[in-house]
Ligand binder design. Structure first.
Ligand code: LLP
Length: 404
């Protein structure tokens, strides 16, 4: 991902920043677009993973739609060129204003997560003299075998409508005057790595549920399997594009699609994770009682995944590639500057001997990185820098050597 010319350019850029490899993003998006056509599955990108304008524009021009979870995400998607008829709006708690704005924009569908929400959308559509398209998210009670914070398809989770409400749902949909039911929606979790087992189960469970509803007179025109495809955080260069084909093959071969039925997926992480890295500088090297610390200028406010989920991100010393000859390896606890003990990038990481000023890359940071950043400790937001536009990045100022 980083050739020497790119790293040399990084020397002139203020850190920390998010670096996006636009060649890899383009290749990833092309792969999804080509495979989704081959398998006859339509794709909505889960905007929540990364909302950078350039990234959304790159995805949008490949004919992919947008899956949004807030009114502002809907507005951002529309601003970045996603047509309303390819934009869906999901989430357990939509405010009246968000519903009104999305309905006025004429979005493709609301993915509704409770009977109460369907009732409110129908009533609002009626009072404004509009119609709304609605898909219903079902809780299929499937274990995605992933971190508990990103598991969404179990009965204990707040997402989707539970089995005991299915009869009431059919009855409610029959009474709604201003909504058009478009289909069923499932999403069981994120960073799913047991692709063939977990998604086969999801597709078969979805098939049972779809036929239950069709047996009661509802036309399930769209079946959305959600997102969740995992990426390889351990080996981002070896597996830079996620296994989209395994995913699509598993879903389509385990779901008996009826004539005229459209299948959908909504990947987020697998589209954008590997093209992004958080680039940082070593501020200080410190020898603790039992270990060595590398203190970076990027912290948990920039990328919260390690602190929040204990997530692993590969760390690389980019500057060491310029050092001639043998570079001694050393174990470091790599940490950030934020005043929290959980502000740790990785413990006991074996890295080339590192010195103040070295550029470090925290890999696979394109998804749920920049979007989850905060200004905790009143730190600045790390900006986005794109591989095809390095020259417009914020310049590094060397305060230590004012003469230079
Ligand atoms: N569809 C729905 C309804 C979702 O809730 C999500 C993600 C997706 C699609 C996209 O899933 P993906 O393909 O990205 O796995 N912040 C966490 C991940 C949260 C995922 C939330 N929902 C992390 O950093 O791991």
């Amino acid at each position: 991902m980083f050739d020497l010319a790119t790293i040399e350019k990084f020397e002139h850029i203020a850190t920390p920043f998010y670096y996006y490899d636009m060649e890899l993003l383009g290749r990833t998006v092309d792969t999804i677009a080509r495979l989704s056509e081959r398998y006859g599955v339509s794709v909505h990108y889960a905007v929540k993973a990364n909302v950078e304008r350039r990234i959304l524009e790159t995805i949008n021009i490949r004919g992919i739609g947008a899956d949004c979870v807030s009114g502002n995400e809907v507005l951002r998607a529309l601003e970045c060129g996603f047509p309303a008829e390819r934009t869906v709006f999901a989430g357990v708690g939509k405010s009246d204003r968000e519903i009104y704005d999305a309905m006025s924009a004429g979005i493709e569908a609301f993915n509704c997560e409770s009977l109460h929400e369907i009732y409110v959308i129908d009533a609002m559509a009626r009072s404004y003299g509009m119609r709304a398209r609605v898909a219903v998210r079902i809780n299929p009670n499937i274990d995605a075998h992933t971190h508990k914070y990103v598991t969404t398809g179990l009965f204990e989770n707040k997402f989707g409508i539970a089995r005991h409400e299915f009869n009431a749902l059919v009855e409610l949909l029959g009474r709604c005057t201003n909504i058009d039911f478009t289909g069923l929606h499932f999403h069981i979790g994120s960073q799913i790595t047991e692709v063939s087992d977990v998604y086969a189960l999801e597709a078969r469970r979805a098939a049972e549920i779809v036929s239950w509803f069709e047996g009661r007179g509802l036309v399930v025109a769209n079946v959305d399997f959600g997102g969740g495809l995992g990426v390889d955080y351990g080996n981002p260069d070896g597996n830079d594009v996620a296994p989209f084909e395994d995913w699509l093959r598993t879903l389509t071969s385990n779901f008996p699609r009826r004539e005229g039925q459209q299948l959908h997926i909504e990947p987020g992480r697998s589209v954008v994770a590997q093209c992004g890295s958080l680039i940082s500088r070593v501020l200080f090297v410190k020898s603790g009682e039992t270990k060595n610390f590398l203190i970076l200028d990027a912290g948990m406010n920039d990328l919260i995944r390690p602190a929040l989920y204990g997530a692993y991100h590969r760390i690389e010393n980019l500057s060491s590639r310029f050092r001639k000859g043998f570079s001694e390896m050393q174990a470091y606890d790599v940490v950030g500057p934020v005043c929290e003990s959980s502000d740790v990038w990785g413990q006991g990481r074996i890295l080339p001997m590192s010195v103040r000023g070295d550029l470090m890359a925290i890999r696979s940071a394109g998804a749920y990185g920049q979007v989850m950043a905060s200004r905790y400790n009143l730190r600045d937001f790390a900006p986005a820098v794109f591989s095809d536009d390095l020259d417009s990045a914020p310049r590094y100022v060397d305060y230590f050597n004012p003469g230079r």
